[in-house]
Design a protein around this ligand. Structure first.
Ligand code: SME
Length: 148
């Protein structure tokens, strides 16, 4: 059982003590990757020049640019909506960075009303992310937004 209370309280401590968004996101990726079970990737893509570029993450090498509207991440930006995908192989246009990934959740991050980037988490398990995970990870992102 994931200790989201610990994760969210830790994130509150991180943003309270650090003014550097890259450092906040790097530690954000580290805490998620280490505290959630059955993950193969956790990290951030950031909006730059109208596209998503790779940000701080934990896991294997990943693609460095994603166009808005493409893949799970680009769809989250285009629709400004969380994408909780039980089986990535059934998601049209899914971008397979790591062939181990079978399910994924992507949560948009906002700054001043604009999409700043996304939190992207991948799992080798099918249907890894529940509604409860979505609720808690969204809260995690709301805390992170106070530090970017
Ligand atoms: N699967 C993502 C690409 C990023 S990797 O999962 C790290 C997508 O379809 O947007």
């Amino acid at each position: 059982m994931t200790d989201y209370k610990l994760i969210i309280e830790t994130m509150k401590g991180i943003v309270a003590n650090c003014n550097y968004p890259i450092s906040v996101m790097a530690n954000g990726a580290a805490i998620l990757y280490n505290e959630l079970s059955d993950l193969n990737w956790a990290g951030f893509y950031l909006m730059e020049d109208g596209k998503l570029i790779l940000g701080p993450f934990q896991g294997k090498l990943a693609c460095m640019e994603i166009q808005v509207g493409k893949g799970v991440c680009g769809t989250a930006v285009a629709e400004r909506k969380v994408q909780r995908v039980a089986n990535v192989h059934e998601f049209p246009g899914h971008i397979a960075c790591d062939s181990a990934s079978n399910s994924e959740i992507v949560i948009p991050i906002y700054k001043d009303g604009e999409v700043f980037g996304v939190l992207d988490i991948d799992s080798p398990e099918f249907n890894r992310f529940s509604e409860e995970d979505e609720k808690n990870l969204t809260e995690f992102v709301r805390v992170l937004e106070t530090g970017i």
